[in-house]
Design a protein around this ligand. Sequence first.
Ligand code: FAD
Length: 320
Amino acid sequence: MRKVLVMGEVRDGSLRNVSFEAVAAAKTIAEGGEVVGLLVGEGIAPLAQSLITYGADRVITIEDAKLKAYTSDGYAQAVLAAVEAEQPGGIVFGHTALGKDLSPKLAAKLDAGLVSDVTALEVVGGNVVFTRPIYSGKAFEKKIITEGIVFATIRPNNIQPLAQDLSRTGEVTSLSVDIKDLRTIIKEVVRKAAEGVDLSEAKVVIAGGRGVKSAEGFKPLQELANVLGAAVGASRGACDAEYCDYSLQIGQTGKVVTPDLYIACGISGAIQHLAGMSNSKVIVAINKDPEANIFKVADYGIVGDLFEVVPLLTEEFKKL
Ligand code: FAD
């Protein structure tokens, strides 16, 4: 039994879903011990209750104007203060841009082992056994942390959050931390990513490759995405050809996604692309080449011209 600190991640004034998934992971790691939510930022206290309704026993908030935008320097000071105050036996972060940046730094400072990019976990014989993909998703390894803090980052969309219980209550306390002058100050945040559903947390992803042929060619994909409440992604081929922004790139050197449904349109299925999407629950591939590699990982394949198939799918889904 151990106390576990779990980081709630805030974006645009709301908690990201991965925060609730992290609470579920923390419950497993705690083995009946206390799960303490942690929120860092400015004006974040109103979000504390929702972490409790998803399973946190109580929440600590650390608010400071210097923490309004994420910096590893500022957030590390805040999280280390919370660790100092709480002395947890476990820490969980989402395997997000923030988690990937901050957790190794914290693990080093805390002299703790870190298991990153966890897709599943279970308790076996008193040890928390973490499963994580290796070799770009071609194999999985199981890891345990044998001493010190059990520190893990979890991949979004893989660990089922607990059912929300609106009747749950818990204490919310504010921890006062003297955040020292930051070495990096965020003056302005310029968004490049397209509006709409967050790619790494989306339940449905419609991805376009070089086969879309132009920026204009993404329009039918966006229309299908609008109907399905999906996010639009891309292969590096499409990004390199300047059909879309690199923030949409999925793959080994882009984002890793594991949606319930992944529809690949005009993507050949290069190994580096598969590294970012092959763990999706259901994969549909649309490609005019019946020999395309993407069909090897697809659950459903449509051999045809995406400019004919995608609008047909959109029309059919509109009827549902
Ligand atoms: P292509 O391979 O050109 O495939 C286009 C496909 O579209 C073809 O299969 C064709 O049959 C089909 N098509 C064409 N017209 C139509 C149509 N009208 N209807 C239906 N189908 C059509 N790639 C990534 O995606 N993500 C990464 O993170 C990534 N990282 C990389 C890292 C390294 C170090 C390297 C070397 C490469 C990386 N790549 C990555 C690039 C990768 O190797 C491929 O070059 C890239 O994925 C190809 O993109 P594509 O499938 O869109 O294009």
